[in-house]
Design a protein around this ligand. Structure first.
Ligand code: SF4
Ligand code: SF4
Length: 146
């Protein structure tokens, strides 16, 4: 029928006009970030036992960790870096950490101008002020149930 296409097109236009808008006016409007978001990393250095499980779990060798013995005999971190150029954000390192001290954050603006800024030195900046992600974090209530 003549004009059927036009009517169909207009009906679709009107339908879309009155549906809820999903476009976000970023950066004026900040998006909702899920609590399990995998953004950047943070490291609780005091809780780290230098076991190296995060290093072994990484499929892309993005985690570099070095440790030494302190005067009281404890092993302490002397280097802890994550190379974001190699990181797949798979989460294996976070899942492997027995202390739960390596965590994802809910940061999402991770672009940088310079290549040397891509690597994360978590010894110099543990990034503990960033909002932590709940990805792979142990829930105390569940541990009590087990
Ligand atoms: S998220 Fe995956 S690729 Fe990235 S450092 Fe951890 S284990 Fe390696
Ligand atoms: S797995 Fe956790 S405790 Fe072990 S070295 Fe990595 S961050 Fe430290």
């Amino acid at each position: 029928m003549f004009g059927a296409g036009l009517i169909k097109g207009l009906s679709l236009t009107f339908k879309v006009m009155f549906t809820r808008k999903i476009t976000e006016q970023y950066p004026d409007e900040r998006p909702f970030i899920d609590h399990r978001w995998r953004g950047s990393f943070q490291l609780d250095r005091e809780a780290c036992i230098c076991c190296g499980m995060c290093v072994n779990a990484c499929p892309n060798r993005a985690v570099v960790m070095e440790a030494a013995k302190s005067q009281d005999g404890r092993r302490v971190l002397t280097r802890y870096e994550i190379d974001f150029e190699r990181c797949l954000v798979c989460g294996f390192c976070v899942e492997a950490c027995p202390q739960g001290c390596l965590r994802f954050t809910r940061e999402y603006e991770l672009a940088s101008y310079f290549r040397e800024d891509v690597a994360l030195d978590l010894l110099k900046n543990d990034n503990l002020d960033a909002p932590a992600s709940k990805y792979a974090q142990r829930v105390p209530a569940r541990e009590e149930e087990a």
